[in-house]
Design a protein around this ligand. Sequence first.
Ligand code: CIR
Length: 259
Amino acid sequence: MASHAVQFATAITRFPAPSAVNGLRAEDQGVPDYQLMMRHHVDYRAALRDAGAVVIELPMLDDYPDAQFVEDTALCLPGLAIMMRPGAESRRGEVAPMRQALSLIFDDIEDITTGFIEAGDILVTEREVLVGRSARTDQDGVDALQAILNRHGYSMRVVDTPPDVLHFKTDCGLIDDTTIIATRRLARSGCFDGYDVKLIPDGEEPAANMIRYNDTILMADGFPRTEAMLKAEGYTVTAIGNSECAKIDGGMSCLSLRF
Ligand code: CIR
């Protein structure tokens, strides 16, 4: 297992609102249980704290059922926040309140003003920023991000989120400074050539949306083979209930901004 070069200090989350039961979803998987979703959110925040985060918890936004999925509203890089422009129209109003919150932390904030892009489609590695075009992230949005990242000296590479997959990171995560865990369908595209790639065991694809926070991997519970594989390789893993967010296509990465 490689060493962890990037260390995080802060995480931003937003408490789920009762309207979360109406969050966007690709297919009906039943009505989320709001009380259980809140309990999972408490566990998620506790896991981030245990991993070393100061967790900033923003108030719920009942007008925006998907607002707990804060990741999609901004890309946070060292000293720079870039505000997204969500492809989902019902989510665009989440950006302004997040901008206001981030303006208290970041001196430098840039805005995507053309096209559409959601940060669930962005994977930041040690060497580059990978951006997946998807139903939520179009070429104009990608071009707008490229212009901003160029100005700030970041290298960016455009890839494709697999068809019918919500976001690029629905299917992958960075688990140490050189290793990406990914579904077979995404890894097969070759977009991770040059990285160490670990494949999610077949049948446990939803486990791919996991995050590393310092020395801990946070993953959704219910994926025993993936969890056992990571533990056997020496990773510290915390598995958190995610059944209710999963019904509205949300997972570990979407629930926080980490920097
Ligand atoms: C949506 O469809 O926008 C939300 N229900 C789920 C967003 C998940 N975000 C993410 O994967 N980054």
